[in-house]
Design a protein around this ligand. Structure first.
Ligand SMILES: Cc1ncc(COP(=O)(O)O)c(C=O)c1O
Length: 420
């Protein structure tokens, strides 16, 4: 981002709901001339970002994967929205509620690189993807393909539609250290038959942080007439990608993860040609053909969370998408490079830089993941999450923009002590 864009972003943000207490704008001029790769290594800078958060001092938080704590500025904006809605009451709900929701969808569409006619705001990835799985026009004998490393909620929904409609699920397994993208593409390709209708693939596998070659998988699947639904729970606001460039048919994400929107906000992208064929979760009034709002009946819900999407995007843009991604990659590399060659430590995330971003998974060969997580918390005051299924045995390590390298030093020391 150049200086003009940076200043423009700040002023645009200032026009919307103010980002209360955000420090970023005050030292904008200090950082804009520093190369992003240099800034990624400068803890002084990230210490200032950390001050935008209220963090519990009791432990080092290396579990930003479930929910990203949101900056105080976004939290305050959300509370202002809640006060405003509470002040206006039904008047708000009956007048501008839907226009505002559309405006938020428009901003999201711009962020991810598609048009707003293909995007709706949901509560989370589970709602987005389960809508597609459940609402897909299945016929008996149809097949779906997905991986054992995929997220439980979606696998359970595939199981349910299998029982309900007599469709069949083919489950593949993704290696933690593939030799090439083609190896992954072939795994999915080999599971496709003439009955396959839908393939689900993680953009980033949540238990390892492994980024999969989604575009190549989409191209391969489309050649065989198979639609692709992408689980991007961890991707929006984490690393850069362009939705239309991925060529997928459906994409779901949780905005309360890396975009740091308040809890209960998600995104669903649906390609034009599938908008009319899906069955919505909640039936909607009649809509024109191709109107995605037919999939977005929600009933009354906390609309102020949706309104905060704009504030979270403003914060993200002020911080800078590339700046954030570069820092997250740097942090992951910082700790993984110190333990990757240790004989008793196994990294369950590929080494190649483009195959992961901020998340990685690590295990100690002789220790159960649950014991590793417990000892990290009890003995070193480091909070992580244990993963012990499919081919993944270890703890998922998820730093955030507020993580400092000195915290990762404590983690690396802990790993080495326990592994020796
Ligand atoms: C890969 C993946 N998919 C889906 C989900 C579900 O997200 P949510 O609980 O926000 O719906 C998660 C949550 O961690 C996830 O990691």
């Amino acid at each position: 981002m150049n200086k003009r864009d940076f200043i423009k972003n700040i002023s645009l943000a200032a026009l919307g709901t103010p980002l209360y207490l955000s420090n970023i704008s005050s030292w904008a001029s200090e950082m804009e001339h520093i190369p992003i790769s240099t800034l990624a290594k400068q803890d002084d800078f990230w210490l200032k970002i950390r001050q935008d958060y209220k963090l519990k001092p009791d432990y080092i938080n290396l579990e930003s994967g479930y929910y990203n704590i949101i900056p105080t500025a976004t939290l305050n904006s959300m509370m202002e929205h809640a006060k405003m809605v509470n002040y206006e009451g039904s008047y708000y709900m009956r007048t501008v509620q839907w226009d505002n929701k559309k405006r938020m969808a428009q901003k999201l569409a711009e962020l991810v690189g598609c048009t707003s006619k293909n995007v709706i705001i949901t509560r989370n990835t589970t709602e987005s993807l389960d809508l597609v799985i459940k609402g897909f026009p299945w016929k008996k004998g149809d097949e779906a393909v997905f991986a054992e490393q995929d997220y439980g909620a979606m696998k359970i929904m595939f199981d349910q539609v299998s029982k309900r409609y007599g469709m069949i699920n083919k489950i593949v397994s993704i290696p933690n250290h593939p030799k090439s993208d083609e190896e992954i593409v072939d795994i999915y390709a080999n599971a496709i038959t003439s009955n396959t209708k839908l393939l689900m693939v993680c953009h980033m596998i949540n238990i390892t942080g492994h980024i999969l070659p989604v575009k190549k998988i989409c191209k391969m699947a489309h050649k065989r007439g198979v639609q692709v639904m992408v689980d991007g729970a961890h991707c929006v606001g984490h690393f850069q990608f362009n939705m239309e460039d991925l060529e997928c048919d459906y994409y779901g994400s949780s905005l309360h993860k890396w975009l740091a929107v308040p809890l209960g906000t998600g995104l669903l992208y649906v390609k034009d040609e599938h908008i009319d064929t899906l069955w919505p979760i909640f039936a909607e009034f009649k809509r024109e053909s191709g109107d995605i709002s037919r999939l977005n009946h929600t009933g009354t819900h906390p609309v102020y969370h949706d309104l905060s999407i704009e504030n979270a995007i403003d914060y993200y843009n002020m911080l800078g998408a590339v700046r954030k991604e570069t820092r997250l990659r740097y942090l992951k590399e910082y700790w993984t490079s110190q333990v990757r060659n240790h004989p008793n430590i196994m990294l369950n995330t590929p080494k190649e830089k483009h195959k992961s971003c901020g998340i990685a998974n690590v295990g100690i060969i002789t220790m159960k993941p649950s014991e590793l997580a417990k000892r990290l918390m009890d003995e070193y005051k480091i909070f992580t999450v244990a993963i012990d299924y499919a081919n993944v045995k270890g703890c998922r390590i998820t730093p955030n923009v507020f993580t400092l390298t000195k915290e990762l030093d404590v983690f690396v020391k802990a790993l080495k002590e326990m592994a020796s």
